[in-house]
Design a protein around this ligand. Structure first.
Ligand SMILES: N[C@H](CCC[C@H](N)C(=O)O)C(=O)O
Length: 333
């Protein structure tokens, strides 16, 4: 049985297509396998940020289903960087370039995009549904049903925050380069993903620096993982917050370039009546193919895995090395 190591903007995952198995892993086995293989000490290839699980779709208009298991074993409703890699996997498996993938809360449109560079295939994925409603995130703040560009002194007194779900939960602040590089993001991310009175289910926290018209740098502390090189839903949610709270600089229906420690993605935010949708376009890179027996999958035994590296990381790094140097935020290995 083959599983792949993949990434979107160096947000790394193992991709497991359960439809290829004689017997699927049950949820307990999936969580055990994920927490072991993604851990830099117990796992493979320096670990990863989670496992993407492909299953048969139960909705007729979807080609397949994607589930997202974070490195800590928690399940998320969506993963933007991961969905691009699953879209590529399914596109190659079924020889189709445009289709829908069923996720926990929605069947999302995906399509093959123009490669970002030679050897850097790219896909476009729909990020929705979007909600600003406190109940949907959820977040608790006495006087607020929605939080759009408001101070929240109990979190960080000098910043303004926007909270939205896409549909996983995101808390976003537009900050200076100094603030972006400070310890504040990690401290706040840890605090809101431990038991706290504000975000009972935890939250992905992003700090964004506005570089120019339709240009951002976004750094994210992810729920269930910690710092990652990029968070696709985080960059998408931040792009929408950008257009809403800084309309002179972030524009609807125009391509926004979002740099991150692992590279860059493009986003396009749309408002139709009172509904928002976001397109996330970025690389879908396969760095390794791993051969593991089905029984070893079920028991999370990693001692007999055969690993083959592809040429794609070399191509991706050549692409990233040509990007403008924006700051010294290090890429997480
Ligand atoms: N940690 C996220 C799931 C992964 C999202 C991220 N990797 C992305 O690319 O969107 C959560 O628990 O909501």
């Amino acid at each position: 049985m083959q599983i792949d190591k993949v990434h979107g903007s160096e947000n790394h995952f193992f991709l497991l297509d359960q439809t290829e198995l004689h017997s699927k892993l049950n949820d307990h086995e999936l969580i055990t396998f994920t927490t072991k293989i993604t851990n830099p000490q117990t796992g493979l290839l320096k670990g990863a940020d989670g496992v993407l699980v492909v299953d048969e779709a139960t909705h007729k208009d979807a080609l397949a289903q994607m589930r997202v298991i974070n490195a800590d074993g928690s399940e998320a409703s969506m993963c933007g960087n991961g969905l691009r890699t699953v879209a590529r996997y399914l596109s190659q498996k079924f020889q189709v370039d445009q289709f829908k993938v069923q996720t926990l809360n929605a069947d999302l449109q995906v399509s093959k995009a123009t490669p970002f560079a030679t050897g850097v295939p790219a896909f476009s994925v729909e990020i929705s549904p979007v909600s600003f409603d406190a109940d949907k995130l959820p977040f608790h703040r006495a006087e607020h049903r929605q939080l759009i560009n408001k101070t929240w002194p109990e979190l960080l007194p000098d910043l303004k925050f926007t909270a939205l779900s896409v549909p996983n939960p995101h808390l976003i602040s537009f900050v200076s380069a100094e603030e972006l590089a400070s310890d504040d993001l990690g401290t706040l991310g840890k605090r809101l993903n431990a038991p706290n009175p504000y975000f009972p289910d935890g939250v992905n926290v992003s700090f964004a620096q506005i570089l120019d018209k339709n240009q951002l740098f976004v750094r994210t502390y992810e729920r269930g993982v910690g710092f990652t090189n990029a968070c696709g839903t985080g960059m998408s949610a931040t792009s929408l917050a950008f257009a809403l709270t800084h309309p002179q600089q972030g524009h609807f229906d125009q391509e926004i370039t979002v740099y991150n420690p692992g590279g860059l993605v493009k986003t396009n935010v749309h408002k139709i009546a009172d509904t928002y949708t976001i397109a996330l376009i970025g690389n879908a890179t396969v760095t390794h193919h791993l051969e593991i027996s089905e029984s070893d999958l079920h028991t999370a035994t990693l001692d007999h895995v055969r690993i083959r590296e592809t040429e794609e990381e070399t191509s991706y790094l050549q692409f990233v090395n040509h990007l403008p140097k924006i700051n010294d935020i290090a890429v997480k290995a």
